[in-house]
Design a protein around this ligand. Structure first.
Ligand code: NDP
Length: 253
């Protein structure tokens, strides 16, 4: 059996999840990452991790499709055995997600449901179904957003789900503590990724406005976030539990 720690990172093909996967590998943690549509990008992340001397595998997952999770975890089980020589993993990072920019007055029920499925109901049941494969003493990291603390017009549905995942984090920590599992939530500020059509990265006006609202004077980059998640999976963070860790450079203070 493998003695190495293994992380499962959802949405590890691009953006923050990719950086989390690479940052975990730099901490000598092996990684199973998931992708939704970008199989080749995911394969490239696997290759990069392998080139760092760690093991990695990529699996397809629709993190909003709860009905697919049993089959997904069957694949995880097989992959753990085949690629890692393990039957369980240690860290679950609920990162996969999509954005929505719609004013409260105009948000449709379908948009609300999309946000709920990907950012709340998905992680809720994915984590529930992961429990039997997660080692005692493991870690769960949920991903929220600065928008759960401060309000920017147009993010009411998205941010409501992120707020809920912060509450869920505390309940999970309370109930899973008996197994030595700590649960924390990382809340990134605005980061330059493809998220929301890449608007933080590609729209200069938005980028400038967010940078000016940030104490450190710029928007974030994926490498501002991945190492925070990796840190929470190390022994150095062993006593950190049920916490919201905002990594935003100090937005809207
Ligand atoms: P990106 O758009 O760059 O990447 C999204 C990732 O999620 C991709 O790996 C994508 O897979 C995957 N994904 C998308 N839809 C699904 C789905 N239905 N099921 C499974 N996986 C899916 O986003 P970020 O990296 O920026 O965002 C990652 C997380 O960080 C999200 O939870 C987001 O809410 C949060 N966040 C982001 C901020 C930002 O400013 N960027 C700020 C605060 C929080 P594929 O590549 O295969 O399509």
């Amino acid at each position: 059996m493998s003695t190495n720690k293994i992380a499962l990172v959802t949405g590890g093909s691009r953006g923050l999840g990719k950086n989390m996967a690479l940052s975990l590998a730099r901490k000598d943690i092996d990684v199973v990452l998931t992708y939704h549509s970008k199989k080749e990008e995911a394969a490239a992340v696997v290759a990069e991790i392998e080139s760092q001397g760690r093991k990695a595998a990529a699996l397809q997952l629709d993190a909003s499709n709860i009905g697919s999770f049993d089959e997904f975890f069957d694949q995880v089980k097989t992959t753990l055995g085949d690629t890692f020589g393990a039957n369980k993993f240690d860290f679950l990072v609920n990162n996969a997600g999509t954005g929505l920019y719609a004013m409260f007055a105009e948000t449709t029920e379908a948009q609300f449901d999309d946000m709920m499925n990907i950012h709340l109901k998905g992680p809720y049941f994915l984590t529930q179904k992961a429990l039997s494969l997660l080692n005692d003493g493991g870690r769960i990291i949920n991903i929220s957003s600065g928008l759960a603390r401060f309000a920017n017009p147009g993010s009411s549905a998205y941010a409501s789900m992120k707020g809920a995942i912060e509450v869920l984090t505390r309940y999970q920590a309370k109930e899973l503590g008996a197994r030595g599992i700590a649960v924390n939530v990382v809340a990134p500020g605005a980061i330059e990724t493809d998220f929301g059509g890449g608007r933080v990265r590609d729209n200069k006006e938005i980028n400038d406005q967010l940078a000016s609202a940030t104490a450190l004077g710029r928007v974030g980059l994926p490498d501002d976030i991945g190492p925070v998640v990796a840190f929470l999976c190390t022994e150095d963070a062993k006593w950190v539990n049920a916490q919201r860790l905002e990594a935003s450079g100090g937005m809207f203070l």
